[in-house]
Design a binder for this molecule. Structure first.
Ligand code: ADP
Length: 215
């Protein structure tokens, strides 16, 4: 079972920590702010008040033994960068760090963060996409030009097969799967008839997918 530590319990860090704990993982939550620690103590495995910039406390918490440490220090960019450096120096295998700006993200990657996340930027992109394309549920970028999207079946597809709806012919998009209630049809054939409420998982060029999602 993987063990996680989350440093910084702002909105992002506390959400990551409590979600992992709810999924059944061991989570150590750390913040300098005692109130933040108290607020989360019942919802994670351990919550400790400590300053990540204090090398000794980090070592005493046994950071090295965690599989993944998430640096969720938001506004204090210097603390976020220094903490990332120290964790990597201590030999933490995987450090995931939250960046506030592109530059901050580049620095985090340079100093050894294994993964850099931009929660505000990414959420902004998701919200914007879902506003433009009314049926869109989720979007995964494969490259600048291609994506996989999850979308609610457009109304005029209902009762038609994939072939009749022209998903490939008209939209140039391939359906990887159809989610129907609790059932998932993987690689559906062209004759599969689309039902109301079906969720389509589609792969293709972005502009084609946008057309499909916008209809
Ligand atoms: P968010 O935007 O996700 O809410 P914040 O910047 O508000 O992020 O929160 C970051 C958290 O990180 C705060 O609770 C702050 O107390 C904590 N923090 C800042 N510096 C340190 C540090 N050196 N060690 C541990 N926690 C820290």
């Amino acid at each position: 079972m993987k063990q996680f530590a989350v440093i910084g319990l702002g909105r992002f860090g506390s959400s990551v920590a409590t979600t992992l704990a709810r999924m059944g993982y061991d989570v150590l939550a750390v913040d300098t702010d005692e109130q933040k620690v108290e607020r989360i103590v019942d919802r994670v495995t351990h919550a400790v008040q400590a300053d990540a910039l204090d090398d000794e406390s980090l070592k005493a918490l046994g950071m090295r033994n965690f599989d993944v440490v998430i640096v969720a220090i938001g506004h204090d960019m210097q603390a976020s960068i220094l903490t990332t450096v120290m964790l990597k120096e201590m030999g933490v295998r995987t450090v995931v760090a939250k960046a506030n700006t592109e530059l901050h993200g580049r620095v985090l990657a340079r100093v050894g963060a294994d993964k850099v996340v931009f929660p505000e930027r990414d959420m902004g992109v998701r919200v914007a996409r879902s506003l433009v394309s009314k049926n869109l549920l989720d979007h995964i970028d494969l490259s600048p030009d291609f994506s996989i999207v999850e979308l609610v079946t457009p109304k005029d597809f209902v009762g038609k097969s994939l072939l009749e709806a022209g998903v490939r012919g008209r939209y140039g998009v391939n359906i990887l799967a159809i989610r129907r209630g609790t059932e998932v049809l993987i690689a559906p054939g062209a004759k599969e008839v689309i039902r109301e409420g079906d969720v389509l998982v589609a792969i293709g060029r972005n502009e084609r997918l946008e057309k499909l999602g916008g209809d």
